[in-house]
Design a binder for this molecule. Structure first.
Ligand code: BES
Ligand code: MN
Ligand code: MN
Length: 463
């Protein structure tokens, strides 16, 4: 394994150029105008797996966008690692906030990435991160140092809820059989503070529609005398949190796992600077649930946030109007033991119950997902920890994150495997935002670290 550094030094320009080509294709799964690009990306990913030395590469059809598969079996008696990632990306909008076009990757230096970062939609989430695995496996195959078997499944619908994946898992249990799942689709604390993600939040996502009068009205003639759906919706949304920023939906917290004093004290030891946090986001103060620290608020506590709200006149100038309808998209991040279906139902019941008589309310559920927490005493975690120790010279800190990868809970249910989340991005890499980027150093460090996971995992699993 020691020659991984030589291999990276010799090949890093090629690695970066290959990733840049992948980033040029706008594989936006949310927008059907890009469906040909999504399919083209799947073909490029398949080719990259086969060029890396994988066998039986395949573009597997699903109800939606395909899953790209590839494998290398060296000995059926050895353990098998299943690498999961996603080749689809979030829509790039708002376009005018990008300093360079989202699908024309450029490398620029930043404060946190003095060696340069690749700016493009998908650079960190998740093309740059799954591609580290393709290159790490390329190294191990070409150098005859692959210590175990590997399978890849790279999907194309993660950013829209992985709707086709449950069927895909159930239909291909044997093909996907593995000992452990390895994913790089999260972050780490800082380049000099490696961490391993041990928890993901779940998700319940709804869209609401409030209808007042049967048509848009003159806000002078009717204003004050009829329910204005935008006013009403704002009030209803505001009432979903109380004065301590607790969520008011009855039953919402019933199943929430409470962490022990010891667990919270352990969490508080992780480095976190509130002043840096405020400064990075240019906020005068943090905000959130009373009684919890900022890291607790974004990781171990459930939340409710409006993701979008619209209605009425939003064009140039002023138009005096009372709209007939108002809308909002609302996400709830969930923590262990909360069930997304139950939470969605609670939200729907509550939102109907708090609607004033004068309006009609519709609530439509979108995708959801279960939370996930992985133990730190498994051989998978130990192998990952040793791999970071080897390449970062520091023991990584276990960290629960606020984001969601709903498929991880499904992997455990259907494939009965645990997942190890080795993310190499930073929170400041602007995933889902304009100017998303991924540090060149992070990309190469990932490629360097991954082969050690294979080595240590195989040693621990076969001893
Ligand atoms: N890679 C992210 C999830 C993530 C990012 C987890 C950073 C932890 C740290 C993933 O692509 C994502 O964006 N997931 C969505 C959920 C999905 C159902 C659309 C999310 O978390 O909003
Ligand atoms: Mn992702
Ligand atoms: Mn994402």
């Amino acid at each position: 394994m020691e020659n991984i550094n030589d291999y990276i030094n010799t090949n890093k320009d090629r690695f970066i150029n290959e990733l840049i080509e992948l980033l040029k294709i706008p594989s936006i799964s949310a927008d059907t105008a890009f469906s040909q690009d999504v399919l083209e990306t799947a073909r490029v990913v398949e080719r990259s797996l086969s060029e890396a030395g994988c066998d039986n590469t395949e573009i597997c059809e699903t109800k939606g966008y395909p899953v790209v598969y590839g494998e290398k079996t060296i000995d059926p008696n050895l353990p098998t690692i299943l690498v999961y990632g996603h080749y689809d990306v979030q829509p790039p909008d708002p376009m005018d906030l990008w300093e360079s076009p989202p699908f024309e990757p450029v490398i620029k230096e930043t404060k946190l990435h003095p060696d340069g970062a690749i700016f493009a939609r998908g650079a960190c989430d998740d093309k740059g991160q799954f591609y580290m695995h393709v290159k790490a496996v390329e190294f191990m195959i070409k150098n005859n140092t692959l210590p175990c078997n590997v399978k890849f499944m790279i999907e194309g619908e993660e950013e829209v809820g992985s709707d086709s994946l449950a069927d895909f898992l159930n239909d291909h249990k044997d093909k996907l059989a593995n000992d452990i799942i390895l994913i790089s689709d999260t972050g780490m604390m800082a380049n000099d503070v490696p961490s391993i993600t041990t928890g993901l939040r779940g998700l319940s996502y709804v869209e609401v529609e409030v209808t007042g009068p049967n048509r848009d009205l003159h806000s002078g003639i009717y204003g004050g005398a009829v329910p204005n759906p935008i006013n009403v919706l704002s009030k209803m949304i505001a009432s979903l949190h109380d004065e301590n920023n607790h969520i008011t939906i009855p039953g919402f917290y019933d199943k929430v796992e409470a962490l022990s004093k010891e667990e919270r004290a352990e969490m508080a030891k992780a480095p976190f600077d509130i002043e840096d946090y405020k400064e990075a986001l240019d906020i005068g103060d943090v905000y959130g649930e009373e009684g919890y620290s900022t890291p607790e608020r974004y990781s171990i506590r459930p939340t409710l946030d409006v993701n979008g709200i619209w209605g009425g006149y939003t064009g140039e100038g002023a138009k005096t109007v009372i709209a007939s309808k108002a809308y909002a998209k609302i996400s709830m991040r969930l923590v262990p033991h909360q069930n997304p279906d139950e939470i969605t139902q609670m939200f729907m019941d509550h939102f109907q119950a708090i609607a004033p008589k004068g309006v009609k309310v519709k609530v439509a559920p979108h995708h959801g997902g279960l939370p996930y927490v992985t133990p730190t005493d498994s051989i998978g975690y130990k192998a990952a920890s040793k791999a970071y120790e080897k390449t970062f010279g520091k023991t990584p800190i276990p960290e629960r994150t606020g984001g969601s990868i709903p498929i991880v809970a499904l992997f455990e249910k259907v494939l009965e495997s645990k997942t190890i989340l080795m993310g190499f991005g930073l929170d400041s890499d602007a995933i889902h935002s304009p100017n998303e980027h991924f540090g060149v150093w992070n990309f190469l460090k990932g490629i360097e670290t991954i082969p050690y996971f294979y080595k240590y995992y195989t040693e621990l699993a076969t001893s």
